[in-house]
Design a protein around this ligand. Sequence first.
Ligand code: 1HN
Length: 348
Amino acid sequence: MSFEKPTDTPERSAFYKAIEPEGLSALWAVMGNIITPTPKSPCVPHIWRYDSIRARLLEASGLITAKEAERRVLILENPGMRGQSKITTSLYCGVQLVMPGEVAPAHRHSQSALRFVLESSGAQTVVGGERTEMRMGDFIITPHWQWHDHGNDSDQPIFWLDVLDIPIVQFFDASFAEGTGADQQKLLRSEGDSLARYGANMLPLGYEKHTPASPIFNYPYDRSRAALEAMRHQNEWDPCHGLRMRYINPVNGDWAMPSIGTTLQLLPKGFDTQAYRSTDATGFVAVEGRGHSIVAGQRIDWGPRDVFIVPSWHEVTHHPAEDSVLFAFSDRPIQEKLGLHREQRGNH
Ligand code: 1HN
């Protein structure tokens, strides 16, 4: 089914023109554009190579400090939506560089952020008064309106992926932001406290949830990776996803973040996945391994730290040439809450 535009007649065209200054327009002339039988997205499949992003960021470090930039980030803009600071229709994504000795000053905003660490020799972020070391592959969250600042005490640059729900907050016209004027916020908790308190399959007795985001803010890669490695011996694989786990909020089992769903998946060498498509446009980071994916017939070759996009309702299969680990992010939590999320397995 599709709502085709009825043919124009001179009388109809004159009518459309006449009602325009009155702030009116005819639904029947636009219905096919706004109600589509299947998703029709400006978002296109694309891959960004880590080596080129890294080189451009190092070039940028000669032009501007992290402090002057507030955040020294190169935005990964979807080629179908240039100029909109979007990697999908609902999510923003960039890669950030903090050089040794630099700081990215404390601020907070309505937008929620996740960091996925791409390359690190040790650097830190402070979120809501607790500091954490940022190591390769760590999944770190900055829930909305939490103070956050970053620093790099190591002797090597640190690079990480930022994903924020900026387009969603923009859509709702609900953006607030403020700074402290200070480089760093005050430390209020000891390092590792949240993970110990909420990430050891226990919760404080009488704990009451007071934010929609997980109280854990660093999900260390060594733990998640070790879990995948232990599970592979069981030989239970999802034909479409291999071994794919979602990061959760330990308080209620929901996604770790209310607006961005995240997963980590293991695809053993030679495990060719079966076709899958879903309404949540998904960003993948190849953490380990190499291979290719076919996205709606288009081949995308990926290697370590490359980032690629599978748009809404585009069929994807993965073909790992080595044991591979993929991190993924999408707006699935929101689509689920609204009853919009759909998925389909197998060829159609
Ligand atoms: C932000 O606060 C960070 O804290 C990174 O590292 C990227 C992009 C837009 C708005 C705020 C950060 C951001 C951002």
